[in-house]
Write a new protein. Structure first.
Length: 226
């Protein structure tokens, strides 16, 4: 993945160096920022080449939540991974509501961090050139876009992955554990309400077509067109 650029945002120089050293070993190009204001400046100057952002939550001048909000106003798809020393459930749910794609809690293994970055970028690659229509919900695997009755809807990276997984498994009841392990692409040990939060947002964005995502009590979810 030598053509991929990662923006690392953290107010601790030691932490930025640790992350940079491990990512450079995998031939990633690295941009850095030491606070929220600098992060937005670097993003605005390099938005066309940044492939993923590693974003600390607690920073001076502008915190990670504020940076996330600014970026999501103009880019719903850029993968953003939050780095945080706080592991409270409400913090994670709040982040997912804002559009974060992944959480990594400090302290973390640099090797695991790199593995997760690589996994996210692999899944963000365009896939086969094919349009699939599900009762007016059209998913473009190459462009990674979704339209509903011809109208483009904005989905975050994780929302797109979750919706695609449901569509690919049409009429199959999927457990929350299976969804977490497949869509999040690793064994997730957080609260499964993470999925519920994403499903709620996807249903809202699909409008009337959101009814096709059914809740299977005690199990999880299923996409079905009756």
């Amino acid at each position: 993945m030598s053509d991929k650029t990662i923006l690392v945002v953290d107010d601790e120089a030691r932490m930025r160096k640790l992350i940079r050293d491990f990512l450079v070993q995998k031939n990633f190009s690295i941009l850095e920022a030491e606070d929220g204001e600098k992060a937005l400046s670097v993003y605005n100057e390099n938005k066309n080449k940044i492939d993923l952002i590693l974003l600390d939550v607690m920073m001076p001048k502008l915190d990670g939540w504020s940076v996330l909000r600014h970026i999501r106003q103009e880019d719903k798809k850029l993968p953003i991974v939050m780095l945080t020393a706080r592991a409270e459930e409400q913090d994670e749910l709040f982040g997912f509501e804002l559009g974060v794609d992944e959480y990594i809690t400090k302290p973390f293994s640099p090797k695991i961090l790199v593995a997760r970055v690589e996994a996210i970028l692999r899944r963000a690659k365009p896939e086969e050139k094919e349009l699939k229509d599900y009762d007016g919900i059209v998913i473009d695997n190459e462009g990674r876009t979704v339209t509903v009755d011809g109208k483009l809807i904005e989905l975050s990276f994780r929302e797109y992955e979750l919706l695609k997984y449901l569509l690919d498994n049409e009429n199959i009841a999927l457990s929350r554990d299976k969804i977490l392990n497949t869509v999040w692409n690793y064994d997730y040990y957080g609260d499964s309400r993470t999925i519920d939060s994403h499903i709620k947002k996807i249903r809202h964005k699909l409008g009337k077509k959101g009814k096709h995502i059914q809740t299977i009590r005690g199990i999880g979810y299923k996409f079905e067109i009756k």
